[in-house]
Design a protein around this ligand. Sequence first.
Ligand code: FA5
Length: 343
Amino acid sequence: MLDELNQLRADALAQLSPIWDDAALEEWRVKFLGRKGALAAQMERLGTLPKEERASAGKLANETKTALEAAFTAKVGAMKQRALSESLESEPLDVTLPGRPIKRGRVHPATQVMREIYRIWGDMGFQIFRSREVESDEMNFQLLNIPMYHPARDGWSTFYIADTDQRVLLRTHTSPGQIRAMRALHPNPIRVILPGMCYRYEQITARSEIQFYQVEGLAVGHNITFADLKGTLTEFARRMFGENRQVRFRADHFPFTEPSMEMDVECIICDGKGCVVCKHSGWLEILGSGMVHPQVLRNGGYDPAEWSGFAFGLGPQRIAMLKHSIEDIRYFWGNDLRFLEQF
Ligand code: FA5
């Protein structure tokens, strides 16, 4: 029986070799590997063999089966490959077929509103000053009148960067850029905006993300007053939201400005009636601001006896929410095309 199996294998391989069409291949498979094929017939005979021959014959039968199956699979692959090459050679490319549609990208809504903010402040004479996202504790807090362990730090829940004795962090606001801008531009008057990403270790809600944009503004000069600040911010709101949108100022406190205030814009999602986004107040806070604190001016290299200035920090995504009636800030970084394609 061993000889017969070897013969069967040799025959099968010899007959497989010249086959190049599907029907002949199928015929070959039925003939040798089919349920009633030549190999199956040999397998059936195993039971009738004397015990001492059965083991070796069984082993060879299995090997034969594996070899023929492998040859069959290889043949299928080779035939596919040959068919492909033939069709590439014989059929010319049809250049009249429509191309695959190219998906058009678009500018992210947060980027769109950033650009609009740049344009408005640019028109009002402010230049862009870029500042870093990874900051020292000194810049982010201490030089802004927020010493180590001071309770004011509770307002800026912070991501510290590991293994650095808590001295390096992801900036919680763009305000450290005030110090960097002053030190870079001293002793000239300053009129800049500082846009960029900020990070806070906060509860994520419909209006708060852990990663969000801010745009800081800083003006330093001679005789800059609180009236300049109010006028400038009102003008910005007018250009951003239109003549008729109401704004209001509220006294507030920031350690790095004195006096300080916040500016709210009437909620246009609910027309001031109250909704989740505005926490049922009818107003949406979009920025904090104030007159640069004398000590902060000094930290930046400007003598407060000669210089004064104002600063503000606004939230572009809150502005985008207002402009487009977006109900949840989490849509911005959700990467959902159904949201992004609307802009
Ligand atoms: C500040 O961060 C101050 N540095 C702003 C400032 C600058 C005051 C200069 C005075 C002078 P505040 O924490 O309120 O303040 O944030 C400013 C704005 O950033 C908010 O009004 C809001 O629009 C936006 N913002 C703050 N936290 C988040 C958040 N978690 N998600 C989205 N936007 C936020």
